[in-house]
Ligand binder design. Structure first.
Ligand code: SAM
Ligand code: DTB
Ligand code: SF4
Length: 328
């Protein structure tokens, strides 16, 4: 019993060092650091908390594709934009399992299933719960992203054994309205609260390169870190520009600014997995290597994200080998 209490106290102690009171000025000061100083600091924080040469790999599968009623300006799956996407209803269980087995064989430790829903109906959850149970039985960690959840829905998913729920804040509260009008920032924070209250891990991050300013990137990281708990996984997506979406055109984000952002996330959320997410297809090997040095320690692995391409798995394995990185 005392051993157990020691463990609890130790966890509390660890949490004492995690900050939830970041100010805009402090985050801006990190961004303003000379690049080498910022990366050195981020790598030091990274090494104090993780194996510096291990990267967690997850595989994504779109289990219900397209016809989403929401208007997220970046998204190929919104019914409002003509993106030449093949819509697909909910995937049968056996196809999901076959895909999960393949992901496990390829070395993924987590399987993330995404559906283009604003929020699932209760009857939608039943087949999804079967998927979670069967994927878990394969020895994989499970993650879902289905849109907004009510408190009872989050509890049901927890009971089914779901490990992670992905729900992003996407950008700063100030820029949010430029990108999405059909759900509020508060709606997103509420879903995240329901997921945490149910006892699940949150996977929560955003998208960079949507025309936002550095102040907006600061605002996003401030919101992410100042939640009740840091998300266990923080996906940092670089916008994938899809023809037909409102964000199809625009200036690309400076790659050094993206790397700085990874470093800032690592420093602010030292114990979270920072996930180098969408957009890797457009990144050079050198840029990805810099992101790993800045503290990114997870990726999506597999030739497709949800609907858009991801790097070839052989290329990813070769890159890991060249960098001496082990997939975990
Ligand atoms: N419909 C659910 C929702 O929005 O919560 C789940 C799926 S949605 C596709 C998951 C996340 O993918 C979004 O929150 C967004 O951050 C990211 N995403 C979607 N399209 C993207 C794109 N073109 N480029 C980068 N990230 C994207
Ligand atoms: C996240 O933050 N990135 C992933 C995952 N969560 C679900 C999705 C990226 C989607 C990119 C666009 C697409 O492939 O449709
Ligand atoms: Fe729908 Fe999710 Fe795409 Fe928004 S990001 S349009 S909610 S699938």
């Amino acid at each position: 019993m005392s051993g157990m209490m020691d463990k609890v106290n130790m966890l509390d102690k660890q949490d004492e060092f995690l900050r939830h009171d970041w100010t805009v000025e402090e985050i801006a000061a990190l961004y303003d650091m000379p690049f080498n100083d910022l990366l050195f600091e981020a790598q030091t924080v990274h090494r104090n908390n993780f194996d510096a040469n291990a990267v967690q790999v997850s595989t994504l599968l779109s289990i219900k594709t397209g016809k989403c009623p929401e208007d997220c300006g970046y998204c190929p799956q919104s019914v409002r934009y003509d993106t030449e996407l093949e819509n697909e209803p909910l995937m049968p269980l056996d196809e999901v399992i076959a895909s999960a087995k393949q992901a496990k064989q390829n070395g993924s430790s987590r399987f993330c299933m995404g559906a283009a829903w604003r929020s699932p109906k209760d009857k939608d959850l039943e087949p999804v719960i079967k998927m979670v149970k069967e994927v878990k039985a394969l020895g994989l960690e499970t993650c879902l992203t289905l849109g907004m959840l009510t408190e009872p829905q989050a509890n049901k998913l927890k009971q089914a054994g779901l490990d992670y729920y992905n729900h992003n804040l996407d950008t700063s509260p100030e820029y949010y309205g430029e990108v999405i009008t059909t759900r509020t920032y508060q709606d997103r924070l509420d879903t995240l609260q329901h997921v945490r209250d149910a006892g699940m891990n949150t996977c929560c991050g955003g998208i960079l390169g949507m025309g936002e300013s550095r102040r907006d990137r600061i605002g996003l990281f401030k919101e992410l870190a100042n939640q009740e708990h840091h998300p266990e996984s923080v996906p940092i997506n670089l916008l994938v520009r899809v023809s037909g979406t409102p964000l199809e055109n625009g200036d690309d984000l400076d790659s050094l600014e993206f790397i700085r952002s990874v470093a800032v996330a690592r420093i602010m959320m030292p114990k979270s997995y920072v996930r180098l997410s969408a957009g890797r297809e457009k990144m050079s090997d050198e840029m990805q290597a810099m992101c790993f040095f800045a503290g990114a320690n997870s990726i999506f692995y597999g030739e497709k994200l949800l609907t858009t391409p991801n790097p070839d798995t052989n290329d990813d394995m070769q890159l890991f080998e060249r960098l001496g990185i082990t997939a975990v």
